[in-house]
Design a binder for this molecule. Structure first.
Ligand code: ATP
Length: 266
């Protein structure tokens, strides 16, 4: 049984996403505004529909910003890994895909997020499997059946390997906008540290500029990991010494020293 997404337990919005300002603007204009002002867009005969395809190194916020997009419009969020819907039985993958679209349609407004879109294109370009080709065609049909104005459904795709994405997905009305999600720059890293440390017991030695400076090439997920390590170390110490204390700058710097950035390998 496929886990068909999640309702937004606690809402994530653009305010939770550090950096990525131009991506936020693109999503705003391409998917949020047509969603919230359908009348205006149809008056100007502005084409709507189609999805956005996000690409970039892992851990830099593709899933996170898709979830935040759902949060912005108060929609249910359905994250789907393509590999989850694959089945060796004839027609079953297509049926799984169809069920996901139907569930999202029945629970409008909704944002469908397909991760690892390249899994489809890769196999298709290699013509390795008829089963996969059927799924690609189904995906194209499902995408084109969405009328953003009336359906209140948005589709966002993501990939770490844009060069493997089937070109059929990139035509108008499909994933027709390809957007790079870069590793966070210095300013974005600073914001991400602030966001992720918010609410944690930190002392006043924290210098966010320095944390940002020391984490060049770190992804958002890497930063989250740094904070996780520092927190765990402090907790372990508290348990051992039975003396409570706050998280310090040195704890965070030590955690940074014990880790490596992941975006360089991309
Ligand atoms: P993958 O390609 O591996 O699926 P991804 O690009 O979808 O990676 P996410 O799952 O969105 O990456 O990011 C992992 C975690 O890192 C998120 O849950 C989020 O907490 C944090 N994160 C990443 N980028 C940002 C960001 N720009 N602002 C705030 N948090 C971020």
């Amino acid at each position: 049984v496929i886990n068909l997404g999640e309702r937004l337990a606690e809402r994530t919005t653009f305010a939770d996403v550090g950096g990525l300002d131009s991506l936020k603007q693109t999503i705003e204009m391409k998917i949020i505004k047509p969603f919230t002002n359908p009348g205006l867009f149809s008056k100007f005969s502005k084409k709507t529909g189609g999805g956005i395809l996000l690409y970039g190194p892992p851990g830099c916020g593709k899933t996170f910003i898709a979830k935040a997009t759902a949060g912005e419009v108060g929609a249910n969020f359905y994250p789907v890994h393509i590999t989850e819907i694959l089945s060796p039985y004839f027609g079953e993958s297509e049926q799984n895909l169809h069920n996901i679209f139907e569930t999202a349609r029945a629970n409008k407004p909704s944002v469908l997020f397909f991760d690892e879109i390249d899994t489809l294109g890769y196999s298709r370009s290699k013509s390795s499997s008829d089963l996969m080709r059927g799924l690609v065609d189904s995906m194209l049909t499902e995408l084109q059946s969405i009328n953003t104005n009336t359906d209140k459904m948005l589709v966002i795709g993501a990939t770490n390997m844009p060069w493997d994405v089937d070109s059929a997905f990139k035509r108008p009305g499909r994933f027709d906008k390809l957007v790079f999600v870069p590793p966070p720059d210095r300013e974005a890293r600073k914001v991400i540290f602030k966001l992720k440390l918010h609410g944690k017991p930190v002392d006043n030695s924290i210098v966010y500029d320095l944390l940002a400076e020391k984490t060049e090439h770190y992804s958002g997920a890497d930063i989250e990991n740094v904070i996780e390590i520092a927190t765990e170390n402090v907790l372990t110490e508290i348990m051992r010494t039975n003396q409570e204390r706050l998280i310090t700058m040195e704890d965070l710097l030590a955690a940074i020293r014990s880790t490596k950035p992941s975006t360089l390998e991309w």
